[in-house]
Every structure is written in structure tokens, then in C-alpha cells.
Design a protein around this ligand. Structure first.
Ligand code: NAP
Length: 324
């Protein structure tokens, strides 16, 4: 019998249940995957609490995993039984096995092991689109990154530095500051005690930053706007502290004709071309060693509730993997 982490109701980590599921055979265009590891992502918390929709309950949570193809239907392209593949942003990942459309799957290069693949796809593709599409950084830019020692954060900061960008990272503790500095941050701000915009103005000699990549949401929205240079871009891409409250666009004028965008990886992986373009760039920087993937916590998938508790308590750094 196949097991999965499902929810029958929204709520705290206690609603995550290790239950038996039926997987069945793939339909046209699908494969069946025997999964080996899932990535833990903050979006899993939003699905669990009900902030983001997960369809009908009971629902299997989880958005990314890696595994081996063990059955293929007609129309599933060039994949073969035994291929090692991974996917980001497809609900239903917290399971020992699943059916999935082949068009969402990416073959993993041999030099990237399963644990690393599970730790890097969703977070790394997010870092890619933020740095290359949302606000395409230029060498010499200074940017502000929140949760700089987190899963997306550590990848984003290393990648930005590789592109010649100076990164100011907001972090929740001294230990996280050291980690962020070892992974691409030139400066860090302890944003639980220091005023963010004041520190940014000090560091940039009054200029402000070209872009802010804000995954915290509600608690940091105003500080993010106040940290930007004229014509600067705020990419508010997460809600760790809750969703940003409604605001009037007119506040952006006196702060310097600012831009605000609310991007999602769902759009940035919505075509095969977008997905492959991001994945190829991500594989390149990981294989070259320019971006190191830090798996700093791992749990068994059955212990997923403990992983959620740790993530929400701000106790994790880098990526967390759920082993199967
Ligand atoms: N829009 C997209 O396409 C997209 C895709 C992927 C991820 N995201 C977003 O990116 C963010 C990072 O995701 P991740 O999976 O890599 O998680 P993560 O950064 O590893 O973990 C979240 C971090 O947020 C910080 N934080 C600040 N306030 C918090 C609060 N009130 N509660 C909990 N954490 C708080 C903590 O770091 P400090 O202690 O250093 O503050 C915490 O470690 C999330 O907001 C996620 O939703 C968005």
C-alpha cells in the first residue's frame, strides 16, 4: 500500500496525516513515479492552513519531489521506465508514489543526487525567475533579500553574487547572518532588532537599492518600499508573516515612482519553454559550483509535521528535505 501525507481539514501541523492512498495506473500523457524525496517549501504551510487553495479534501500536500519513472502511458514523450526525474509546483508531492503529467517532469543530471534535486528545484527556479525575469539584475546593482539564510534565500544570494550584484540580506539571528555572509551577502541586517530602511540607507549612502525581493509580506512591505532607489522594483513574492494588505498605488509616486509586482513560480513554469529555460540555467550554476545547495535539515516524509513546525518557528536554514 502506498502512503502519503494528507490533510482532511485545514489547520496546524497536527492536521498532516500519514495515510494510505491508491495510486493506480497512468492515463494518457502521464507517468507513475516512485518518489525518493520531497522538498519542503513554505508554500506547503499556506496549503495546510488554507491560505492557498488545495482543491477538495482530503488532499495530498507538497509541491516538489524527485523520483524514478516506474510506469508510462501513451503520449508521455521520450521518458523511459527507470528515468530519474524531478518537478516543482505540482500539488500532491508528499507521497511515496504518484501519477503526474510527463510535461511537468525534468530529467536530473547524473551529477546531482536525489536529495540535492529535491532541495533545489522549486527554490532554485524561484531564484532564477526573480533575478532574471522579475527584475533582471545587472552587475553593480545592490539588492535587498529577506530570509537570506532560508531555502530560497541562500540560493538567491549566491546566484546574485555570481552575477556581480551586491546583496544586503535580512536575517533573523547572528548564526543566520554568518551563513548568509558565507553565501553571497555582502551586508546583513538583523531585522528583528534593526530598522531595515535606515540600515539600507546607511549601507547604500542614501541611494537605496535597485530591487527588493520580499518573501515576508505583511510585516515588511513598508520597509521594502522605503529601501528602494527611485524607479526601484519591489518583488513581493511570499507571505511568511501574512499577506500584504491592500494599498493605494498612489503611495508609490512620492517614494520615487516605484514598481511593485507579485510574481509566482506557477506563471514562470506555465509553459515547457519557461520551465526548461529556468531549469537549464539552474542546473548550470549548481553543476559549476557557483550555487551550492545546502540541505541543512532532513526528516522522513512520515515526520512531515515536525518539519512544518521547524520551518514555521524560523528554526531552519537553507533547504529541508523529506526523505522517503
Ligand atoms: N512566489 C513564488 O513563486 C515563491 C516560490 C517559492 C517560495 N516563495 C516564498 O519564499 C519564501 C521562502 O520560502 P522557503 O520555502 O525558502 O522558506 P524559508 O525562507 O526557508 O523559511 C522562511 C523564513 O522566513 C523568515 N520569516 C520571517 N518572518 C517569519 C514569520 N513570521 N514566520 C515564519 N518565518 C518568517 C524566517 O527567516 P529569518 O529568521 O531569517 O527571518 C524563516 O526561516 C516564502 O515566503 C515562500 O512563500 C514564493
Amino acid at each position: 500500500m502506498t502512503k502519503a501525507i494528507r490533510i482532511n481539514e485545514h489547520g496546524g501541523p497536527e492536521v498532516l496525516r500519514w495515510e494510505s492512498i491508491e495510486v493506480g495506473d497512468p492515463d494518457e500523457g502521464q507517468v507513475r513515479l516512485r518518489q525518493t524525496a520531497c522538498g519542503l517549501n513554505y508554500i506547503d504551510v499556506y496549503g495546510r492552513t488554507g491560505l492557498y487553495p488545495v482543491g477538495e479534501l482530503p488532499a495530498t500536500l507538497g509541491m516538489e519531489a524527485v523520483g524514478v519513472v516506474d510506469a508510462i502511458a501513451e503520449g508521455a514523450g521520450s521518458l523511459k521506465v527507470g528515468d530519474r526525474v524531478a518537478y516543482p509546483m505540482q500539488l500532491g508531492a508528499y507521497a511515496e508514489a504518484r501519477l503526474i503529467d510527463a510535461k511537468y517532469l525534468l530529467k536530473i543530471p547524473d551529477s546531482i543526487n536525489d536529495q540535492t534535486a529535491a532541495a533545489m528545484m522549486l527554490k532554485g527556479l524561484t531564484a532564477h525567475y526573480l533575478l532574471h525575469r522579475t527584475y533582471p539584475v545587472q552587475s553593480g546593482d545592490t539588492i535587498l533579500v529577506y530570509a537570506a539564510a532560508g531555502g530560497v534565500g541562500l540560493i538567491l544570494c549566491q546566484w546574485a553574487r555570481q552575477l556581480g550584484v551586491s546583496v544586503i540580506g535580512c536575517v533573523g539571528s547572528d548564526v543566520k547572518a554568518d551563513l548568509a555572509k558565507a553565501n553571497g551577502c555582502e551586508h546583513t541586517i538583523l531585522y528583528r532588532k534593526e530598522d531595515i530602511a535606515t540600515r539600507v540607507r546607511d549601507i547604500t549612502e542614501g541611494a537605496g537599492v535597485a530591487a527588493v525581493y520580499d518573501s515576508i509580506g505583511k510585516a515588511t512591505f513598508e520597509s521594502s518600499l522605503d529601501s528602494l532607489r527611485p524607479f526601484g522594483v519591489l518583488a513581493t513574492f511570499g507571505n511568511a508573516s501574512g499577506p500584504v494588505e491592500p494599498f493605494s498605488p498612489s503611495i508609490l509616486a512620492p517614494k520615487g515612482s516605484l514598481y511593485v509586482t507579485r510574481p509566482t513560480l506557477a506563471t514562470h513554469t506555465s509553459t515547457r519553454e519557461l520551465l526548461e529555460q529556468g531549469a537549464n540555467k539552474l542546473f548550470e550554476v549548481v553543476i559549476s559550483g557557483a550555487v551550492k545547495i545546502h540541505v541543512n535539515q532532513s526528516f522522513s516524509l512520515a515526520e512531515c509535521a515536525d518539519a512544518h513546525r521547524s520551518l514555521e518557528a524560523r528554526n531552519t536554514t537553507g533547504s529541508t528535505v523529506l526523505e522517503i
